[in-house]
Design a protein around this ligand. Sequence first.
Ligand SMILES: Nc1ncnc2c1ncn2[C@@H]1O[C@H](COP(=O)(O)OP(=O)(O)OP(=O)(O)O)[C@@H](O)[C@H]1O
Ligand SMILES: [Mg+2]
Length: 466
Amino acid sequence: MLLVAAGLLLIAGALAAAYQYHSARVERRHQLVTQANILAASVTAAIAFDDRAAAQEYVNALMLDPRLDAAAVYNEAHRQVAGFQRAGSEPIADSLAADGRAPHQRQLVEVPARQGATTVGRVYLRAADTPLMVQLTRYSGVALLTIMAVLMLAVLAVAQGVLTRANDALHRRATELADANERLNIEMAQRARTEEALRQSQKMEAIGQLSGGIAHDFNNLLMIIKSSLTLLQQKLLQGDPSADGTPASPPRERGSDDGREAREQRIRHYLDVAQDGIDRAASLTQRLLSFARQQPLSPRLLRLDVLVRDIRPLLEHSVGSGVEIDYRLDSHRPVLCDANQMENTILNLVVNARDAMPDGGRIVIGVDDLRIDADHPMEGLPDGDYVHLRVVDNGMGMSEEVRRKAFEPFFTTKPVGKGTGLGLSTIFGFIVQSRGLASIDSGPGRGTTIHIVLPHVPGEATPEVA
Ligand SMILES: Nc1ncnc2c1ncn2[C@@H]1O[C@H](COP(=O)(O)OP(=O)(O)OP(=O)(O)O)[C@@H](O)[C@H]1O
Ligand SMILES: [Mg+2]
């Protein structure tokens, strides 16, 4: 398209130049004829009187015009009366026909010199060739315009080329982006599926751990109860003659009284062990119910600062002398929860903190007011007023993996027989059942803070019923 436009421009330029050339020629010829007429009118008398000197003078006057190449004046007998030609150019006579007529040439004009109706002679003028510089100057305007137009077209063509290439690149980039987006969507869908599978397997692992823990603990307790009952049965059979079908023994003397006492003591011991096993099994069930958030609770309005103050002796006794407890009880608002469970919770947290500081250390128990709103949101809790309990220690802290699993039932890092791994899971269940939230902030070597947040319930805290 641009090439066609450039071609058309060049043609238009050429046509303009041709037109200019043609009009210059017509104009020049016209001037030549006018000059010849003037000369003819001037030299008529000189021809008629054959005054060659006068005729030559008129002709010489024309020599001043550089555009004239040659001039000649002839009388009626075809004899030259006057004339001139520039150096190097041929005399006009050489180009005239035998009858003295001038051939039809662009640069040559022939005009009759008339006296009234009589032709007394002829005048010839020949124009000089237009100098190259003049011709160049004449066409330079058109040429310049044409060149500029063609240059502009060339610039436009280059610009259009660049634009087309940029457009193509943009198109390619958009296609690549669309492809990348498509791939991302597929990857996201795959990732969601993988995460779902992972969650499912984690759930299965947790259920496995839970049932394994329950089965193991329950089995141990049942074994204790069973072996106590077996031993009890043996003792009873040893001392009861009816047990093997023999008649009852006669009354015994002093020595046999001692034996009976020892036997009864053993029987009591086996019964105690069985009883203890049953109690521990019941406690295990209780903690599991608590973890499952299904334990029967007796919530009442109480103030955590008061509750902590009440159990101070118990807490200090539990941690021993190597650990110092710092109390910062700044909230006096009531919350609604089970007082016994809350005491157990704080005691458990303090014992965990103590276990994390085998060489002693410092525990902070803090109670503050907390406001949750749009400016201070907390995931999992609606906006409102809360009471924030925290138990802080400067012990060994937890690794990321331990922190993630610490609330799981039966998860413990303590040696066998030292920890059940039910402390934190029970606390978590109890707090969630009380409409609150428990969380852990901990890292290896930087201690641990357990946060417990419970909703503030306006009203008067009710005293503990004895
Ligand atoms: N304050 C703490 N500092 C460091 N680690 C802790 C802290 N509290 C809990 N943990 C980690 O979390 C685990 C689980 O704690 P949890 O109280 O549930 O069980 P436990 O203390 O091991 O056993 P139990 O409470 O029955 O005696 C602990 O074994 C310990 O690894
Ligand atoms: Mg514990």
